[in-house]
Design a protein around this ligand. Sequence first.
Ligand code: ATP
Ligand code: MG
Length: 329
Amino acid sequence: MKARVFSGIQPTGSPHIGNYLGALKNWVKIQYDYESIFGIVDLHAITIYQDPKELRAKSLELAGMLLAIGIDPKQTAIVVQSSVHGHAELAWMLTCVTPIGWLERMTQYKAKAAAQETISDGLLQYPVLMAADILIYQAAIVPVGDDQSQHLELTRDIAQRFNSLYGETFVMPATKLPTVGARVMGLDDPEKKMSKSATGANHAINLLDDPKDIRKKIMRATTDSNPAVDIETMGPGVANLIAIYQAFTEMPDHAAKAHFAGMRYGDLKKTVAEAVIGALEPIQQRYREIIAEPGHVEGVLKASAERVSVIANDTVVKVKRAMGLYTPD
Ligand code: ATP
Ligand code: MG
């Protein structure tokens, strides 16, 4: 039997090359080696206010994008989180075994809370919902970017606590990732990771950006005061551009060093922009074809939800029995 994998992406903002290089590209690669379930985690998105119409549209668009990059729906489930009821139900049960102190320590919570005027309880509980997403499928492997590794560690703590209170119920998910993706930094501020929720016109390259925008954003990317690439002393902006190039072209470090050493920043940026445009073009083409087909994306989501609901319901019943909650028959 293949090991089961779960990972998710929020339907907020527009998916960018950080999401692609750090997560999505790897999902496509591993889907035949594992039993994979990929979630469009809309219940996570609402921890911060989302326009209802837009949220629904974004969930469908993101599903279309997952198909466009090469997720094979015959092999792999693509599910919208809220359409499988067990996620929210299990999250409640796990909330009751999670000490508040564990949640208040989460760095993402602290960062996101600092940026909000009113902090919803959901923002604090978010990692418990994430634990439920993983544990409900008894996933053994959870490939996420390193921004999520603290939440994954928490998931293990919650599973362990539940298992010790109520008996062996959950598979312990691995924190070691099979392949490590790139961590892409913001083009306007290479000290911060590229994020869907960040503002700033030149912050991110979205997967659906047209060539003109991609060129413009990369040409405006923050570098440093040197005129050309010096591998030894380059700042984070230059390193980020080279890393993006390498991730798209799968060029190894030694080759990239030889290729870019001494290159003037203007030429570096042009080279990176053309590589990004070339890599995204076929994805964008497939995306347009997929969303032009009425009902296609919805059909995939429905079939996937039906398939994985069987696993999710099994876990919920098991958890309810372990906790002494009433389960008919
Ligand atoms: P948000 O700002 O709404 O949190 P996000 O860009 O962080 O958006 P998520 O939906 O939270 O995106 O994450 C989806 C996946 O992309 C996760 O596996 C996450 O680790 C990965 N990821 C997010 N940003 C980056 C990045 N800059 N580089 C590499 N991987 C990333
Ligand atoms: Mg995020």
